[in-house]
Design a protein around this ligand. Structure first.
Ligand code: NA7
Length: 293
């Protein structure tokens, strides 16, 4: 398929690379020039990238960025036409997604929200899980592209439901991780070995994908970003906004949001969100260590 791919960050670059590898005709655009994808064409603006494309795939930071690349000064909207599909793998506001979908429908284009889970490694290995909202027709047409970049698609309902579901997934990731980080901090302070604790977790009902994924990085003191703290913070804020609109109280997430504020003030926003651990360590006066550290 002819695909215009906008946004070559940690996720987008790897995803566009997998589309090229699967034989699709890909044209890329990135706000900051210089980011490339081998085998893909490069366009100077979002509108130029979208010209003649069957599918416009987005993977940019946040709601404002999606608005900019689609509806901004050089936005793709001018190149949209009947039958085009916009697939958005950015994690953004569900309410804004519904509005964006209505605007592109006026041009005959369909919007599919397709945020992902699986982080940098899933994007690189083509094993992402897509959490999708939109009409079944366009989603079916996107199947070869989903297959090139991921291992599973879950259609959660109409437009916006993919984003809504992604937010509640990240709510759980953020809370599960903080539970793990607090456990490691207290265990260290009480003299329990972190590696032994991780082994025990893996053998009990406490085990989780989050712990399994994060433990080797934490025990190796590697906080380079798989999923940057600033983006998880953005998702936590989006989740709290959506909860407020729906009159739902999320006390656990509100507390975790404060921790992210403080981690940002401490200069950790570009590290992995696992670096929220360092605040707990600082307050406790300990450092969690594993065999690798
Ligand atoms: P990154 O690595 O921070 O990449 C973000 C991308 O979004 C990158 O290409 C940015 O371009 C682009 N961006 C950011 N703001 C804008 C605006 N205003 N206009 C156009 N392009 C913009 O994030 P990830 O790849 O990890 O994640 C992307 C999304 O998936 C995000 O929603 C996550 O929550 C999930 P730049 O290179 O900075 O010019």
């Amino acid at each position: 398929m002819r695909v215009a791919f906008l946004g070559l960050g940690i996720m987008g670059q790897a995803m566009a690379t997998n589309l090229v590898k699967a034989g699709h005709e890909v044209t890329v655009w990135n706000r900051t020039p210089g980011k490339l994808v081998e085998g893909a064409g490069i366009a100077p603006t979002p509108a130029a990238a979208a010209q003649g494309a069957e599918v416009l795939w987005l993977c940019v930071s946040d709601t404002d960025a999606v608005q900019e690349v689609v509806f901004g000064k050089e936005g793709a909207v001018t190149a949209l036409n009947e039958g085009m599909i916009i697939a958005d793998s950015s994690t953004i506001s569900p309410a804004a997604t519904v509005k964006f979908a209505q605007r592109v429908a006026e041009k005959g284009a369909a919007w599919v929200d397709a945020p992902v889970t699986g982080s940098k490694i899933g994007a690189r290995d083509g094993t992402l899980v897509f959490i999708v909202g939109g009409d079944e027709g366009p989603i079916d047409r996107l199947k070869p592209l989903f297959a090139a970049m991921g291992k599973k698609i879950f259609r959660m309902g109409d437009v916006g439901k993919g984003q809504a579901t992604k937010l509640v997934m990240n709510l759980q990731i953020a809370l599960i991780y903080e539970g793990f980080a607090e456990a490691l901090t207290l265990a260290t302070k009480l003299g329990v070995d972190s590696q032994q604790l991780v082994d025990l977790i893996g053998a009990t009902m406490v085990k989780s994908g989050v712990v399994e994924y994060k433990a080797p990085f934490i025990l190796g003191r590697d906080f380079t970003p798989n999923f940057p703290l600033r983006l998880m913070h953005k998702d936590i804020r989006l989740t709290l906004e959506a909860a407020k609109e729906a009159r739902v109280k999320l006390p656990g997430l509100e507390t975790v949001e404060e921790l992210y504020e403080m981690a940002t003030e401490d200069g950790h926003k570009d590290l992995d969100y696992a670096a929220t651990l360092t605040l707990l360590e600082k307050w406790a006066g300990v450092q969690v260590k594993g065999q690798a550290a």
